[in-house]
Design a protein around this ligand. Structure first.
Ligand code: AMP
Length: 432
């Protein structure tokens, strides 16, 4: 035990759980790669203003949750709390939108930081897979992104994800609605902070989870009833495309999400097995964001899926993603000479694509066989001085216990042949 611990609200990813995380990242991003999205990576920190302007001055993310720092040179930076503003900044900086091939489709994977009150499913350091389609206004693009996320959840084997859908209108109809809503909110019995929020960003009051506030919001005017004709038509087309793709959704007129840049299509994926932190992903259209950060008009749409919570959702459903075997063959050398010979054999096996490991540190047979068992390997290759003198090694099937002497040069081909015909081992979900 060291004197140090992982900082509050963070946790370390360790084997074997870390394999599950890798499998989830892979599954969430695979549909994007098949749909023309290119990988983008941006720095872990950015100019603080990018998020202040992009995410919204009045949002919790910017006012309470950003990790900010001032460099020795006096620059004000923030650890990134989300991905969209950075990705759009990077696309604009590299003029990707000028290449004449809109939309620019990008996906990313990385760590994000929010100074939140930690609880199960809510961390100060968490991981997202995200996707952005920049520079096109087309309901098919909104639908495409939603379908790709749904397909990722299905591929993982998740069955209990619900998709909540809403439209937040645009710069024509939202201001009119905003005023209506503000008038309504002014008539309610709200605490000081909520009143202030109602003046700055009234839509976010609709997202208040407290029962006392919720009860008063029952008769609140809904944006759904105030959408302008183009927004209404756009939303209907997104819904038609989702219907045609066999994607079920629930209309949630109160869905506003915690970021200010959303317009029109807004959606969230929730999982009922997760308690309070039920959102496993979300996104929407952000037609005004590019201009907010100094770029040209570039209507765009995107989403971010939470890797940590997707893993928790899998556990809640007791579904284990398929993870490749960490070790197929475990080599057990008995003596120094055997150690050198099996080191060579393990190197060859790895080079031919077999996952192989070796008992290090001069372990005795009993101890080494225990390690072989723990590694999850299907076969052990055992060799002592006598085997080497006879030019063989022992290939032991750890499931059946059957052992056979074999020319070491034939082990690779034999294992590959058996791996091809073998039934995959069932993996279990580790308890948390
Ligand atoms: P957001 O950027 O807030 O829309 O978040 C997108 C997704 O990231 C959410 O649906 C969560 O799955 C995940 N997420 C956001 N904040 C956290 C957090 N503090 N801890 C773990 N996951 C998070």
């Amino acid at each position: 035990m060291s004197t140090f611990k992982a900082p509050k609200g963070t946790y370390d990813l360790l084997p074997p759980d870390s394999e599950e995380f890798l499998a989830v990242r892979e599954a969430l991003s695979a549909p994007l790669r098949r749909a023309g999205y290119g990988y983008v990576e941006t720095p872990g920190f950015e100019d603080v203003e990018l998020f202040a302007r992009g995410v919204g001055e009045s949002t919790d993310i910017v006012t309470k949750e950003m990790y900010t720092l001032t460099t020795k040179g006096g620059s004000r930076l923030a650890l990134r709390p989300e991905g969209t503003a950075s990705v759009l900044r990077a696309a604009l900086e590299a003029n990707l939108h000028r290449a004449g091939n809109l939309p620019v489709k990008l996906w990313y994977s990385g760590s994000y930081y929010r100074y939140e009150r930690p609880q199960k499913g809510r961390y100060r350091h968490f991981s997202q897979i995200g996707a952005e389609a920049i520079g096109a206004e087309d309901p098919a693009l909104d639908a495409e992104l939603i379908v790709l996320a749904v397909d990722a959840h299905r591929a993982l084997g998740l069955r209990e994800v619900r998709l909540l859908l809403n439209s937040l209108g645009d710069r024509t109809c939202r201001p009119v609605y905003r005023e209506r809503l503000q008038e309504f909110l002014r008539g309610l019995d709200l605490d000081e902070e909520t009143r202030r929020r109602a003046e700055i960003n009234p839509l976010r009051v609709l997202d208040d989870k407290r029962p006392a506030v919720r009860a008063q919001l029952a008769d609140a005017p809904l944006l759904r009833d105030h959408l302008c004709e183009p927004c209404r038509g756009y939303h209907a087309r997104v819904r038609d495309l989702l219907d045609a793709a066999g994607v079920a959704y629930e209309d949630d007129p109160a869905l506003v999400r915690g970021l200010d840049y959303y317009t029109r299509t807004t959606f969230e994926f929730v999982h009922d097995g997760l308690g309070a932190q039920a959102a496993i992903g979300g996104g929407g259209r952000y037609d005004g964001l590019s201009e907010m950060i100094g770029g040209p008009a570039l209507p765009s749409v995107g989403w971010a899926l939470g890797v940590d919570r997707t893993v928790l959702a899998l556990r809640a459903e007791e579904v284990a993603p398929a993870v490749p075997a960490a070790t197929d063959v475990y080599a057990v050398p008995l003596g120094e000479q055997a150690s050198a010979a099996l080191f060579g054999l393990v190197t060859e096996l790895r080079r031919s694509g077999v996952a192989a490991d070796l008992a290090y540190g001069g372990k005795g047979l009993k101890n080494a066989m225990k390690s072989a068992g723990r590694s999850g390997a299907r076969w052990a290759v055992i060799a002592g001085e006598r085997d080497l003198a006879e030019g063989v090694v022992q290939l032991k099937d750890l499931t059946t216990g059957k052992q056979e002497a074999m020319d070491p040069r034939e082990v690779g081909a034999e294992v590959l042949k058996r791996l091809e015909t073998a039934v995959p081992m069932s993996s279990t979900v580790p308890e948390r």
